[in-house]
Design a protein around this ligand. Structure first.
Ligand code: GLA
Length: 394
């Protein structure tokens, strides 16, 4: 937890609203996915972990129905004001669409959010980098609203409502991985989640002598503007065609062997490749968790590398920036595994790197990236953190 960020959130609140007494300071993490990419809207498995980086927010209830939002990360937007009665899907394209969507969703489920509130946030997650700054903001809002209004909502439901808000209020057909990880994060553990029924297991991440390094392409990625929804539709099309020959509910109900048997039911080669990625990636994720539990971190790394090839060639969500980071990483001896993480189309890679090789990693991968892509990448050595929390009662 960063003292700086806490201070920054408090200042943001004071400077834009008033003294925060009577309010509370909250935190929600970001996440990095280790393996299992683009499987979560196909009923497959994912294996992400929460980060100690995240979003900080001061929230305080009001006596009327006004909602006021301020983000120190987007000061140019200023204070955005609306009211509980004005919320409507699609009305907002600012960052405030996320908290608005969460409040709207809670109201539509009958939760008694009977007054408005002021909220001021800041965060140390790089925005638009595929580390779930939006899910962090969603869950922060859901968690804070639950605490302020004393709502009876279980932790995993914070994720369910946040996902619903992203789907219906913000128009992103995302799965539940990000929101679930943010809401359920556990320090030094990754979450092995079955997205078909939300059963999960927290698996200890024993990375003795190794670090998780995130490399940011600095190519902005935005799920709303990217081909993310197109991939979602392509998977729906593959599922519909497969359902004419086999009785399944989700793409990831098929094993790779079954996919090979039925794949000709999918008429277009591109759509077949999309389905192939999701199904093989699901199997890879299950295998990766198995080998990790058996203590085979190198085996885990190899599966990460294979996962990258699959998102690059079959799912086509990487591009030269992510591919360069991954390929350059694999040239270094201390790198256990490396792959794109999150939605793709820019954003970050995640690598497991031997501690003694981290500096060389930054230098060599950084130099090669700058030379090839023309602008610098950023690197973060991250720690695995817990879920949302009340940091201070003000
Ligand atoms: C984004 C989405 C997630 C998931 C990943 C890809 O992060 O929000 O639901 O689909 O992309 O695995």
């Amino acid at each position: 937890m960063s003292e700086n960020m806490k201070e920054k959130a408090l200042h943001a609140y004071k400077d834009n609203f008033r003294e925060p007494e009577g309010g509370k300071l909250f935190f929600a993490p970001g996440r990095v996915n280790l393996i299992g990419e683009h499987t979560d809207y196909n009923g497959g498995h994912v294996f992400p972990c929460a980060l100690t980086l995240g979003t900080y927010g001061v929230f305080r209830k009001r006596n009327d129905r006004i909602l006021r939002f301020y983000s120190a990360n987007e000061p140019e937007v200023g204070v955005v004001e609306t009211s509980l009665d004005q919320l409507a899907p699609g009305r907002s394209r600012e960052w405030t669409a996320y908290p608005e969507g969460v409040v709207f969703t809670l109201l539509s489920h009958g939760y008694q959010v009977n007054t408005g509130f002021d909220m001021a946030i800041c965060g140390d997650l790089p925005g638009g980098a595929g580390l779930s700054s939006s899910a962090s903001l969603d869950v922060l809002t859901a968690f804070a609203v639950r605490e302020l209004f004393g709502l009876d909502i279980a932790d995993h439901e914070l994720a369910i409502f946040s996902k619903e808000a992203d789907n219906s209020y913000c128009g992103i057909n995302c799965g539940i991985m990000d929101q679930f990880t943010v809401a359920m994060g556990k320090k030094d553990h990754a979450i092995y989640l079955d997205t078909s029924d939300l059963s999960y297991e927290c698996v200890p991440l024993k990375l003795d002598g190794m670090k998780i390094v995130i490399s940011n392409t600095n190519k902005k990625h935005s799920l709303v503007d990217s081909q993310y929804n197109q991939r979602w539709s392509e998977c729906r099309q593959a599922l519909a065609e497969l359902q004419t020959v086999v009785d399944i509910e989700n793409l990831c109900d098929l094993s790779p062997e079954e996919f090979e048997k039925y794949k000709d039911a999918i008429s277009e080669p591109v759509i077949r490749r999309r389905a192939k990625h999701a199904i093989y990636e699901d199997a890879r994720c299950r295998e990766a968790v198995r080998v990790l539990k058996a203590g085979d971190i190198r085996g885990f790394g190899r599966l990460m590398n294979e996962a990258h090839i699959s998102v690059s060639r079959d799912y086509e969500v990487t591009g030269p920036e992510l591919d360069t980071l991954q390929e350059e990483a694999l040239k270094l001896p201390g790198v256990i595994g490396s792959r794109m993480t999150g939605g793709g189309f820019g954003g970050c890679t995640v690598s497991i790197v031997e501690e003694g090789a981290v500096e060389e990693f930054r230098k060599k991968v950084g130099d090669a990236y700058l030379k090839k892509i023309g602008y610098p990448a950023d690197f973060y050595v991250v720690e695995v953190g817990g879920g949302p929390a009340v940091l201070e009662v003000l």
